[in-house]
Design a binder for this molecule. Sequence first.
Ligand code: PMP
Length: 287
Amino acid sequence: FDDRDGWIWMDGDFVPWREAKTHVLTHALHYGSSVFEGERMYGGEIFKLTEHSERLARSAELLDFSLPYSVAEIDAACKETCARMGMEDAYIRPVAYLGPEQVSVSALNNKVHVAIAVWDWPSYFDPEVKKKGIRLEWAKWRRPDPATAPTTAKAAGLYMICTMSKNAAERRGFSDAMMLDWRGYVAEATGANVFFVQDGVIHTPDVTHILNGITRQTVIDIARAKGIEVVVRHIRPEELATFSECFLTGSAAEVTPVQSIGEYTFTPGDISLSLMDDYGKLVRRQS
Ligand code: PMP
């Protein structure tokens, strides 16, 4: 991924893609002091740009560091990076992390660095598989207790168990893994929120202690505007037997129907497919 043409925004300057490097003693690499975002540009407009930049700033504050740029400056830098790359449809990855100024658990003297890269990422899941619904297995790992970690931050350190869960799932031929929370309630996939349908009503897990996806909030708004009831509540894994449809939401995943989670099967139906369509139109400003 590091060997390609292009430009990456690093601490206020554009650096050639291959030269956008950091030292091996970077604090973030040793201690996980890093937060990031993932957002998409559709036809030259970054969808919910400011919401993403605000979440980046909030995630940093939750990890006890502050961004050296305002939300408006991060917004502008994201747009400039897309423009510099000549892209109208792109995935945008801002990352903020502590540098190599000091290698110790204490990080009071480390500088906060910000970088923004953009690339072409047409579909997070295989488009053919997506239509039929993707297959998930249960993850071995659970989302941590909010007394253990700042669980609402989009922090790199919180992704290690996601990577292990996703790797295990892909090795066994699944597209993703469904994670429970520390109490055993259904939480989220490794990079997306989850929704279920039962008798025309949508049910989705409470996100007080996990990432409240920007796509999740958008899809809830779309569904309610269409007159579909959305219930936010704790969902036990065995309840999955009572749901007919299931889908994931995320900036990268967009709206992705699910065919199975472990032993439970679903059929992508009217609600999942129409929301997939509505979301696609909204982000491209076609509705
Ligand atoms: N949960 C996790 C663990 C994620 O990584 C993501 C993707 N950022 C989401 C949920 C969905 O968030 P969003 O809709 O804001 O992209």
